[in-house]
Design a binder for this molecule. Structure first.
Ligand SMILES: Cc1ncc(COP(=O)(O)O)c(C=O)c1O
Length: 343
């Protein structure tokens, strides 16, 4: 997270906008909070150049709730949704969708432990919608194209939203847990093109019904006020920085520097096919497990936190989310080079 966001959020805990109240105690139906929500929605729309057909919501339950809320709202029992299976998170979304209807997996990269993105697949026109994960956080692959389709397009953008310019209006539904590039944990951003809703036969509990959330402007019940406030501050920070185009340049510099360094050092092996490498999550291993342990210890000594890979992949995973400065990547690449030289 950006340092200035930490500072502003800390101040708002003590006294929010000179109101004499903390952000942790203001009412969610007050003008004080409504202004926060309005700015968060307006800034998200501006940064992503969203048209008026798209609604921006802030909802609870993490991206994992969207795994079932999406099919619950869009897929009837006898209908089929198309899914791309490119990683742990996508396969969890598939499992949940199967509770509500049929799922056709149009392609999968499971055969190679999800280390690449399938390019040639056909999305049937009869599918109710097509779902994919834009960035596979655990495996370190990223889709660098938007699949062509005539059916509604749904994407889990939890780990790369706002990191690169995309035609966001091409999507009918986008969801993302806030905790990587949008703000603090505890809230989801969900972007919906309204005309895809209201077509399923099943009855929906109010909290699961996107239409009710749209009608209530994200305050159907008490929203996660503080988390939304942190999102607003982070979105404001990104706008001030120059928006998505500006952060995309920095993200490219960061990921190029790290991948180029890894490619030049035979000791370290990036696991993902070059053309599908993620700019957000860089995954690499070493052939010798003892050296992996040793490098992890070196990272710890040098205050590099959280670089251990996911248990399903092993090795290392370095996350380069929007707020991570280029300087941090330089420190890491110096460490990688020094370690390679002495081992
Ligand atoms: C791509 C992706 N989808 C879904 C999730 C699950 O998010 P949450 O923990 O907010 O439910 C994650 C979490 O890391 C993720 O990276």
């Amino acid at each position: 997270m950006p340092k200035e966001v930490f500072e502003q959020a800390s101040q708002a805990i003590l006294d929010f906008n000179n109101s004499g109240l903390s952000i942790l105690e203001i009412g969610h139906r007050t003008p004080l909070f409504q202004a926060v929500l309005d700015e968060a929605v307006a800034t998200a729309k501006e940064l992503m150049h969203l048209d008026d057909e798209h609604e921006v919501l802030f909802l609870h339950g993490g991206a994992t709730t969207q795994f079932f809320q999406v099919p619950m709202n869009l897929l009837d029992e006898t209908e089929t949704a198309a899914y791309l299976d490119c990683g742990v998170w996508g396969s969890k979304a598939i499992k949940e969708a199967k509770i509500f209807g049929n799922v056709e997996i149009v392609a999968s990269s499971k055969d190679k432990n999800y280390t690449y993105i399938p390019k040639k697949f056909i999305i049937p026109d009869t599918a109710k919608y097509f779902h994919y994960t834009t960035n596979n956080t655990i495996e370190g692959t990223e889709m660098n194209f938007i699949p062509e389709t005539n059916v509604p397009l749904v994407a889990d953008m939890s780990s790369d939203i706002l990191s690169t310019e995309l035609d966001f209006n091409r999507f009918d539904l986008i969801y993302a847990g806030a905790q990587k590039n949008i703000g603090a944990a505890g809230v989801n951003m969900v972007i919906i093109k309204k005309d895809i809703l209201g077509k399923v036969k099943r009855k929906l509990p109010g909290m699961m019904d996107y239409r009710q959330h749209i009608e209530a402007g994200s305050v159907l019940n008490t929203p996660p006020v503080f988390a939304i406030y942190v999102c607003m501050l982070t979105l404001r920070w990104l706008k001030k920085l120059g928006g998505i185009a500006a952060i995309e340049k920095i993200n490219k510099q960061k990921s190029d520097l790290l991948y180029d360094t890894l490619d030049a050092l035979p000791l370290f092996k990036p696991t993902v096919t070059k053309e599908d490498r993620s700019r957000m999550n860089v995954v690499f291993v070493m052939e010798n497990p003892e050296l992996e342990k040793k490098f992890l210890a070196v990272c710890k000594e040098n205050e590099m936190i959280g670089v251990k890979g996911h248990r399903s992949v092993g090795g290392f995973r370095v996350s380069l989310y929007n707020a991570l400065p280029l300087e941090s990547v330089k420190v890491l690449t110096d460490l990688l080079k020094a370690f390679a030289a002495s081992n």
